[in-house]
Design a binder for this molecule. Structure first.
Ligand code: GMT
Length: 373
């Protein structure tokens, strides 16, 4: 098939997932065309059947805010026409789904691609509640040929928040780890970590990730010498430096910003820590699971679909730093228990959230919507 994919190209779960999906589809013989304002950062160059079409945005003085939706929709229509796309698969509703619906309407009926929209989380849970976005998202979902969500939780939220009553298929996220370039020992040496437990947090640091709670939790873990905390930051960490100093955590913290070789770090860490207010799925937990690293997370959103408490990680009901810290301490001082959780997490990742399990679900969906043509 000929499939167009639009996603956010920078660091972020929805973009990572969409890029991996495109790569997997090309590997299975499909022709894949990425359409975005930048080349997705994990998209390989010179790979057969993988193409990238940049959207050019001109900055006109007459606009206070530059518009992306219109040039994106024009590029989507052009690529659909020139490469006879069967499907336009858009990841993250805003503005991608709206642009796809417009692109399709610009084309003559017989060359219109099918539009598949995948909701990832904040496009429903945050923007869906915004009266300036909600109706446009609802319209785009209603006019998509298929809608998928990355968790059952997100499907329910979409029904509640947007009042969307149409069919939605739950297709969980997947991850295909690349081989690390450096060894675990080399990476731990780079980080200055010896036998301490290496805690791990990876996120875009937005308020929803509750970095305040993450740092407060780290500050409550005793004794301090027992751990270090590695943060892979998909954003600027400097605003948090003052809080790190206030909590006296300078010696425990290691921060790396905008890392692309995440696998090097994933193989070197021992325990993930996720303090988010909500997550529709939490790809970072899954990425760590593939390397046998379990996580401690709050029991929120779609996380219980990924982590089974006490089997493949730990879920904490409380949003209180002390409660999270007690569970982390337990796993620091019981390495056998932590490693058993990690081994089970790795098996679960492979059996339920690998490309081999998930990608065929998208292929079947594409075939189904194309039959309706
Ligand atoms: O976390 C974000 O706000 C970014 C967003 C994204 O576009 O990357 O993440 C969402 O999509 C990820 C991939 O499906 C999910 O793993 C994240 O849980 C989800 N984030 C939220 O729901 C907050």
């Amino acid at each position: 098939m000929k499939i167009g994919i639009t996603c956010y190209p920078s660091v972020g779960g929805s973009g990572i997932l969409a890029t991996a999906l495109g790569e997997e589809l090309a590997g299975r013989g499909h022709e894949v065309h990425f359409i975005s304002y930048e080349r997705p950062f994990r998209l390989p160059v010179n790979s057969p059947r993988l193409h990238f079409h940049p959207v050019v945005i001109n900055d006109y003085d007459l606009f206070k805010y530059p518009d992306y939706t219109l040039p994106l929709s024009v590029k989507m229509a052009e690529v659909s026409r020139d490469f006879q796309l069967d499907v336009l698969h858009v990841h993250y509703a805003v503005p991608h789904a709206t642009a796809a619906i417009l692109a399709r309407a610009m084309l003559p009926k017989k060359i219109q691609p099918r539009v598949v929209t995948t909701l990832h989380g904040t496009d429903t849970t945050l923007l869906g509640r915004d009266p300036g976005y909600g109706p446009a998202i609802h319209h785009a979902l209603t006019h998509s040929d298929a809608v998928t969500t990355v968790s059952a939780f997100l499907k329910t939220e979409t029904q509640h928040v947007l009042g969307f009553k149409g069919p939605m298929e739950v297709i969980h996220n997947f991850f295909t780890p690349r081989a690390p370039v450096r060894s675990r020992d080399e990476v731990r040496r780079e980080l200055g970590v010896g036998s301490e437990t290496l805690l791990f947090h990876s996120s875009n640091l937005r308020p929803l990730k509750r970095i305040d709670l993450l740092l407060e939790t780290a500050a409550r873990i005793q004794p301090r010498e027992a751990f270090k905390l590695l943060i892979l930051a998909g954003g600027d960490f400097t605003p948090f430096a003052k809080e790190v100093r206030r909590l006296g955590l300078e010696d425990q913290m290691i921060v790396r910003e905008k890392v692309s070789d995440i696998e090097d770090y994933l193989q070197a860490v021992d325990l993930g820590l996720v303090t988010s207010e909500t997550e529709s799925f939490c790809l970072t937990i899954l990425e760590a699971m593939f390397f046998g690293c379990p996580s401690v997370a709050r029991r929120v959103g779609g996380i219980p679909e990924v982590v089974e408490d006490k089997l493949t990680g730990r879920l904490v009901d409380s949003a209180e730093a002390g409660a999270l810290a007690r569970v982390v301490e337990e796993l620091i001082f019981q390495p056998e228990q932590r490693q058993a959780l990690g081994r089970a997490a790795q098996l679960r990742a492979r059996d339920f959230f690998s490309a081999a399990v998930i990608v065929p679900q998208y292929e079947r969906l594409y075939a189904r919507v194309c039959q309706q043509k």
